[in-house]
Design a protein around this ligand. Structure first.
Ligand SMILES: [Cu+2]
Length: 237
């Protein structure tokens, strides 16, 4: 097995995991990333695969950027194991993919593809096992950020909040749950409320900094607000 085969294997695993997430969560963005990953794998068969290697490297960087912080955040909040499995696997495979793409270019593609990448595959397996162990040990019951009595609950799915109209007293809080693979935020501009919620995560925020009145909340991820990820919050006295 040369470096290009290892690279394609990691990309195929990523495409498979993204497809699973797209299916399990009915997540359109995950489906888009699946198709993109498959297209870039095909690109590695063109010429010596340099463009494909660079493109896969960038795709792995993008997946790491979205998944690694989500994984760490869920572990820090002691979410259940199920909430961290997808970001843990995707982040680990993507980090290994970045290293593999980088090494194939540094070693020069012709030589790298004739070289034996099996020791690197063993390193990948060890890194995956470590990531799984950390996830199992650091996960918890998922209770610390759950709704308290009287709280209102809000769900993020697709580029929508449900419900999009909230009514609550400033004495309670909002529990926000993300059902998508990628991050969303619950943000009230200028009011110090900006809760980032990763895949499978629950986060609670108190409303006690808000005076009674009508507020607009939205998701800060670029493009989400204009796609409809917004709503109104009425804070009652
Ligand atoms: Cu969003």
């Amino acid at each position: 097995m040369g470096w290009i085969e290892l690279l394609r294997f990691l990309a195929a695993v990523q495409a498979f995991l993204l497809a699973l997430a797209a299916f399990a969560l009915s997540d359109v963005e995950a489906a888009g990333f699946t198709i993109l990953t498959v297209a870039v794998i095909l690109l590695t068969y063109w010429r010596r695969g340099v463009a494909g290697t660079v493109a896969l490297g960038l795709l792995f960087v993008d997946v790491t950027y979205w998944m690694a912080p989500g994984w760490i955040s869920n572990l820090r909040h002691h979410e259940r194991v199920a909430a961290s499995v997808a970001p843990a696997l995707l982040a680990t495979v993507a980090v290994c993919g970045i290293a593999t793409a980088g090494l194939r270019l540094i070693l020069r593609p012709d030589r790298a593809d004739r070289a034996d990448a099996r020791p690197a595959a063993v390193v990948v397996a060890v890194v995956l096992a470590l990531a799984a162990a950390v996830t199992l040990v650091r996960s918890g019951s998922g209770q610390s950020d759950r709704a308290r009595p009287g709280d209102v609950t809000l769900v993020m799915h697709g580029v929508k909040f449900a419900p999009s109209a909230l009514r609550a007293s400033s004495a309670v809080g909002v529990e926000v749950t993300n059902h998508d693979l990628f991050w969303h935020t619950f943000t009230v501009k200028g009011k110090g409320i900006n809760v980032r919620v990763p895949v499978g995560g629950h986060r609670r925020t108190s409303l006690n900094g808000l005076a009674p009145g009508r507020y607009r909340f939205y998701c800060r991820i670029p493009g989400h607000e204009s796609a409809g990820m917004k709503g109104t919050l009425v804070v009652t006295p």
